[in-house]
Design a binder for this molecule. Structure first.
Ligand code: ES4
Ligand code: ZN
Length: 326
């Protein structure tokens, strides 16, 4: 459609993407086969059949299971490269991607194996596809802070290629405050800070991410609209919210796309942006997220462009690089 053509043409940035969540079933089967691992699915159709979720935890259980087939540096390279070629075709110019080291180190895969594969693909993407990148290491919030400290320690030899740390996985019952010390220590190592907050959890978790962890972006943040004082704080401090509309529908954070808060957020002057989260599981990369949102909420061209501009604004690109894109 005309709307799809317009969205395709807009230069975009991806700021909320879990590499393990870009693991398409076809590649999963291919890697499982060469690593002699049996998947609990007998076909690609039965995988897709399993991708029906009622909440975040039901998704996470399947997402961690899928990641089990990733063993070698080449596996992490292939995963990352497949993602980059996909978003290159969608006119994405810059990515800031998450990886979950603990999902792999817990299974005995070395931190070094994970990051070397990812980094080699990101460099190839920069050179051959002209996609610039930043890399964010996410701590799993269902694990202990001590475990996150171990991960921070393991990351230090690769400090130069890691730009920031994030916080993901099961939100309810695992508030940001649980990770106060490790976020402070991460900042002292020079890492930038972001955290998932207010996806399923309450506005209080967003406050904690801001005031206790000192993050500079909030991943999701849907629930901020329940707290006017919080909205004012986010607007005044230009804290970006990296929203993921198809993820929100797939995980029943909202009941249907028409209920997505992004239009309201733009009206309130929030620095809202749109991203894809776990596209292999939720069925939409960047353009599909823009398209479904624009269609359901009847966004104007100006609003669509604002979302893309906000993405570059909220990115960790230099001011000069931002200006080139906007
Ligand atoms: C995630 Cl959608 C979402 N929320 C929290 N943690 C995650 N890890 C991967 N996707
Ligand atoms: Zn996420």
């Amino acid at each position: 459609s005309e709307l799809q053509r317009i969205i395709q043409g807009i230069p975009k940035t991806e700021l909320h993407l879990h590499l393990e969540g870009s693991f398409e079933p076809e590649l999963m089967f291919q890697i499982a086969k060469r690593n002699n691992i049996t998947l609990p699915y007998d076909s690609i159709e039965s995988v897709k059949e399993a991708y029906k979720f009622n909440n975040l935890q039901e998704f996470l259980d399947i997402y961690y299971a899928g990641a089990q087939v990733l063993l070698y540096e080449q596996d992490f390279f292939d995963l990352t490269w497949a993602y980059l070629t996909k978003v290159h075709s969608e006119n994405v110019k810059h990515v800031e991607v998450f990886f979950d080291p603990q999902t792999h180190t817990e299974r005995g895969v070395a931190f070094e194996v994970v990051i070397k594969g990812i980094h080699r693909a990101l460099e190839k993407g920069k050179n051959e596809l002209h996609i610039s990148y930043k890399l964010i290491m996410s701590y799993l919030r269902h694990l202990s802070e001590e475990d996150a400290f171990k991960t921070l320690e393991e990351s230090l030899p690769f400090k130069d290629i890691i730009d920031g740390v994030g916080l993901d996985s099961s939100e309810m019952g695992n508030p940001p405050s649980k990770f106060e010390k490790v976020f402070k220590a991460s900042a002292e190592q020079g890492y930038k800070l972001v955290a998932h907050a207010g996806e399923e959890g309450p506005a209080d978790y967003i406050w904690e991410a801001l005031d206790i962890l000192n993050v500079e972006r909030i991943d999701h943040g849907n629930r901020c609209l329940t707290d006017e004082t919080l909205v004012k704080r986010l607007v005044d401090d230009k804290i970006a919210l990296t929203l993921c509309p198809t993820s929100n529908v797939a995980l029943k954070v909202i009941q249907k796309m028409e209920e997505h808060p992004v239009a309201k957020m733009l009206d309130k002057g929030l620095l809202a942006t749109i991203h894809s989260d776990d596209p292999a599981y939720f069925g939409g990369y960047m353009n599909e997220n823009y398209y479904q949102t624009a269609k359901a909420l009847n966004l104007s061209l100006k609003q669509i462009e604002q979302l893309a501009i906000n993405g570059f604004e909220a990115s960790w690109l230099s001011v000069a690089s931002k200006e080139k894109h906007i």
